[in-house]
Ligand binder design. Structure first.
Ligand code: FMN
Ligand code: SF4
Length: 393
């Protein structure tokens, strides 16, 4: 790495020296001790929403129920995100280990990895790894078993409640919240659902300690993050970097010298134009006017050869296709936005019509039921406002 501000970290992919050492040692510690370690670390969910992991586990642990479940969200459907696939391929045992630590704390006996339908090719390998892992749990007399559930390729099924509906054989549609999954999740029982990366960090925090983890990153964004870097970059791939990185440093490292924009957080995220690189960092504070933008890992780099109209059109096609259609603002809004930008581009509507479309995304943010419809505003407003000249006739 050229810049000292962009620090490479090696927590997630570092191989274990001894097979199950970290897990076995963690399982010997008291639940209170381990839960405090995870809470203390400040770890927040790496799937996008950024909910504090330790708190989620605590809520599920406090529930009194006949059954509880742990689910690993490996649906990885956000455009430009491909890090969970790599984590599952390189260090599956760490993913299963994180699920097992969570199971001990909340009192679950069953766990599931919800695997993205397009990652079906990973099934034979993961089942093989899982058999060894489940056998190890039997050997140490720990009553927890993990299975894999294959998704069917719907983006919305990455949303936790839609994911559980699909596991229950229902339509993959988001549920009303509350109740949250920690209270009524899979089959109505308390369930912790975490992203692949979150589960590995939980386990690794038990190895390195919350103090060492907290020393990385910033107050709001502790630790490090695995990024999927794609687009106009000479070095696409997966990189684990310390949190708090600035977009300017990121672009200097990964861009091709001609970067005009970077999309942080996939189609559901924000587009940052060159003039704002220096004032933007990557982290949890979030928001269009915030100086720190969250991402589940997707970092898509665009150079000056790219049409931002085409980029936005592509996102809107995606949202229109993937909306589950359950609520009107999202189902109709996604279509109207796509048609609207086409009309402005063709000269059928005046430039000012873009302002009405931005207003429509604000309404969608307030009235859509789940994160899909709510997040369309992020890419829409940030592209239209920063690249307005590319949207018009
Ligand atoms: C439309 C939509 C798609 C999502 N897709 C994923 C996904 O593929 N993987 C993921 O971990 N979280 C995804 N999420 C977020 C999950 O609902 C949930 O917040 C996350 O799995 C919780 O795990 P974490 O706390 O470890 O981040 C998605 C959310 C929405 C609204
Ligand atoms: S916001 Fe969209 S994806 Fe979410 S529930 Fe409503 S229609 Fe379905």
């Amino acid at each position: 790495m050229k810049d000292k501000h962009l620090k490479r970290v090696d927590i997630i992919f570092k191989p274990h020296s001894v097979k199950y050492e970290v897990l076995d040692n963690t399982l010997k510690r008291s639940n209170e001790d381990v839960l405090n370690e995870v809470i203390e670390s400040g770890l927040k969910g790496r799937g996008g929403a950024g909910f504090p992991t330790g708190l989620k586990w605590k809520f599920a642990a406090e529930q009194k129920a006949e059954k509880k479940f742990v689910i690993c969200n490996a649906d990885e459907g956000e455009p430009g995100t491909f890090k969970d696939r790599e984590i599952l391929t390189k260090v599956p045992r760490k993913v299963f280990g994180g699920m097992t630590v969570c199971a001990k704390i909340i009192g679950a006996k069953r766990g599931f990895v919800y695997l993205r339908g397009e990652y079906k090719y990973l099934l034979p390998f993961l089942n093989q790894e899982l058999e060894k892992f489940n056998n190890h749990l039997k050997e140490i007399n720990f009553d927890f078993k993990i299975d894999i559930f294959l998704g069917s390729g719907a983006y919305v099924c990455g949303e936790e409640s839609a994911l559980m509906n699909s596991m229950e054989g229902k339509r993959g549609e988001p549920r009303n919240k509350p109740p949250f999954p920690t209270v009524a999740g899979l089959d109505g029982f308390p369930t912790v659902i975490n992203n692949v990366e979150t589960l590995v960090y939980s386990l690794m925090i038990c190895r390195i300690g919350s103090k060492a983890f907290k020393e990385l990153g910033t107050r709001d964004s502790r630790g490090s993050k695995v990024f999927s870097v794609s687009g106009d970059t000479p070095i696409p791939g997966i990189y684990e970097l310390e949190y708090g990185l600035s977009v300017k440093d990121f672009v200097e490292e990964f861009g091709d010298g001609d970067t005009k924009a970077i999309q942080i957080g996939g189609a559901a995220g924000f587009c940052v134009p060159r003039k704002k690189f220096g004032q933007t960092t990557v982290g949890y504070q979030g928001g269009l006017n915030g100086d720190s933008l969250p991402t589940g890992g997707s970092m898509m780099i665009f150079n000056s050869s790219r049409s931002m109209y085409n980029v936005l059109h592509n996102y809107l096609d995606f949202f229109e296709e993937e909306s589950c259609g359950q609520c009107t603002p999202c189902r109709v809004g996604c279509q109207q936005l796509r048609k609207g930008i086409e009309a402005v581009k063709n000269g059928e509507k005046p430039e000012e019509y873009l302002n009405q479309l931005v207003k429509l995304t604000e309404t969608m943010k307030l009235t859509s039921k789940c994160g899909l419809g709510q997040s369309v505003a992020n890419s829409f407003a940030s592209i239209v406002e920063n690249f307005r000249e590319e949207m018009i006739y």
